[in-house]
Write a protein that binds this ligand. Sequence first.
Ligand SMILES: *[C@@H]1O[C@H](CO)[C@@H](O)[C@H](O)[C@H]1NC(C)=O
Ligand SMILES: *[C@@H]1O[C@H](CO)[C@@H](O)[C@H](O)[C@H]1NC(C)=O
Ligand SMILES: *[C@@H]1O[C@H](CO)[C@@H](O)[C@H](O)[C@H]1NC(C)=O
Ligand SMILES: *[C@@H]1O[C@H](CO)[C@@H](O)[C@H](O)[C@H]1NC(C)=O
Ligand SMILES: *[C@@H]1O[C@H](CO)[C@@H](O)[C@H](O)[C@H]1NC(C)=O
Ligand SMILES: [Zn+2]
Length: 678
Amino acid sequence: MVRVAALLLAAGCLSCLAGPSSARCLRGSRGVAVAGRGPNRRVARQAPASPKYDAAFITQYLATTYERDASAACNHAITAEWEYITDLTNSTKEAIYNEASLSLAAFEKEQWDEYFQNLDPEEYEDPVVRRQVEFLLSLGVSALDEQELKDLNTYELRMQNVYSTAKICPYRKQRCDLGKEGYELDPEIESVMAKSRDYDELAYTWKAWHDASGKHMRQDYKNYVALQNKAAVANDFENMGHMWQAGFETDYFYEDMQDLWDQVFPLYEALHTFVRRRLRAFYGDKMGEEDGLIPAHILGNMWGQSWINVYDLVEPFPNASSYDVTKALMEQGYNPLRMFRKSDEFYTSMGLQSSNMSYGPKAVIEKPRGREIICHGSAWDFCDRKDFRIKMCTKVNQDDFRTIHHEMGHIQYYLQYKNQPYMLRSGANPGFHEAIGDTIALSVDNPKHLKAIGLLKNYEDSDESSINALMKMALEKVAFLPFGLLVDMWRWDVFAGNVTESEWNRHWWLLREDIQGLRAPVSRSEEDFDPGAKFHVPGSYQYISYFVADILQFQLYRALCIEAGEYRPDDPTSPPLHKCDFYNSKEAGAKFSKGMALGASVHWSEALETLTGETELNATALLEYFEPLHRFLREANGDLEAEASPVSEDDASSAATTATTTAATLALLLLSILNRYL
Ligand SMILES: *[C@@H]1O[C@H](CO)[C@@H](O)[C@H](O)[C@H]1NC(C)=O
Ligand SMILES: *[C@@H]1O[C@H](CO)[C@@H](O)[C@H](O)[C@H]1NC(C)=O
Ligand SMILES: *[C@@H]1O[C@H](CO)[C@@H](O)[C@H](O)[C@H]1NC(C)=O
Ligand SMILES: *[C@@H]1O[C@H](CO)[C@@H](O)[C@H](O)[C@H]1NC(C)=O
Ligand SMILES: *[C@@H]1O[C@H](CO)[C@@H](O)[C@H](O)[C@H]1NC(C)=O
Ligand SMILES: [Zn+2]
């Protein structure tokens, strides 16, 4: 699974299948030694002993025995994991899964001990073999001893179980029989957060969820951090945050993320200001004193990571056309299977491969009855080059339609790189995996395309309707950016020990206020553990990938649009970027396929060059896409400021001053945190 944007992100997904010893995860944290002064370099290794086998032998071994045995061990572990994750309360399956993941770890450790630990990549001339050797030098969490691995598994599974089975009583019946009347996150709690406009009901639901989930995890998380760090140290990293970052193979990863955030910050701030004022117009004094922050529970989403569900409150031009895909899907009698087929059809229209096996009989595309399952959408690669599956509790609505495209992007990537060797069957970096399906979704979720496929009728294209459409997209993609950044900023600090356990929750809220501009709806303390109320924290999935993907997908989209002849950046008569649809473009498909097929066989900057001609992450394409909206927001925010004064004679000037000051304070806060981390 990989992310859902807000929506895609919200739904979230993981390309690295969970479990401490899952092969995917080990590869997600490839410990390539990086040169330079970056934060994620490995600490100096002791001079290695000379390797037991020569380069010719290892080259042959990797292509034959290792390829076969590693794929089989991975397949075995992933299958056991699937069985368990789709039937959480079956303790036999849990035991089988535990056993399988330990045996995969044992396999990897044996192989490393015997063949890989002392290899010298420099001895390998073929760059593709050299890369495999570099990845194989790192043992990942399999470096822990068996008891430690078992313990780590226990902590992770217990946290995931708490998360997946947490229930709360409904607002209107706060003492209830949880077993019979309790709400689960998906679908009831998420639905309340999305649809309720009752400030107190939202606050109650927000708090109840945090009480039922994260609050029970602190001790396990503490133990988890200690063991993760131990594994990182065994791999010559200072801590697990560094090891995660090393998966991006970039010397100055942290600084690069800061630079990208700097680049998009003015757009986020403009959106934040606009939305905050509209919410205040709706909720009034309920929102508390105007301090430039938005209460975290009124944005239509538990984590404030997607604001699409409050579109009705912030629609720029109520009289212009807007679009409601949910309604159209309902009216046309779509069911989950038909939504998947529709998505598959988009991919194949570009000449890409059909993913139909991924939503066939072995997959789970609707919430099963009678068993507990982790509903969070995910896309699985069973390591045998033919079995790929999606697990998703699909609902018929626009959000899930977009999430389907997202998950199908993972499957498409798996299919495209399936002929790479075992060690290189992975995304160019973890952000790439999250970006593929979202790139497609940008082309799908666009009035022009929706009209073409019959999901949009009576739509009148105008400047105003374009701003409405861009606002919808921004409520997903722009609103997500700070959250995408801060989850791992928090974890990096935790892994590094830069924040002590007694301040974990405080630190979380510091980041949420300073970066996201949101404040807790009710008072928080160190009795709480709010990061644990977000799936990826107990699930141990890296999160910065979604931030990277949020930016990267616009680079990819722009490049495919140019390839399809739908966008001409230097031509003033070109339609704007946000109107591009590369449906049916075999040219765009061929380009996409070429980049995806590389898998992890080259450094991501090379894959990016194949895909876009660029070699660096850059938010310029995102800003280009949202440019008309950004202009609208700047004007609207300015106008509103001018209008704000004549409200009440007495307070007018002081109110206006306060508003300005708080806006400035927020900007300062945001800047100060950046400096703190530079
Ligand atoms: C639990 O899983 C095992 C192994 O797949 C199966 O044999 C058993 O019937 C399952 N138990 C229940 C209660 O479903
Ligand atoms: C929208 O349309 C309504 C009814 O047609 C009209 O009263 C209103 O002034 C319009 N609003 C704007 C902002 O154009
Ligand atoms: C999936 O697609 C392949 C190739 O297009 C086709 O042969 C196969 O019958 C399809 N399978 C299903 C279950 O639709
Ligand atoms: C985090 O801790 C490390 C080592 O203790 C220190 O070098 C680094 O400056 C700290 N970073 C921040 C942002 O406080
Ligand atoms: C981003 O791209 C723009 C134009 O494509 C370029 O001018 C700018 O220098 C790039 N920024 C970075 C940090 O690479
Ligand atoms: Zn994903």
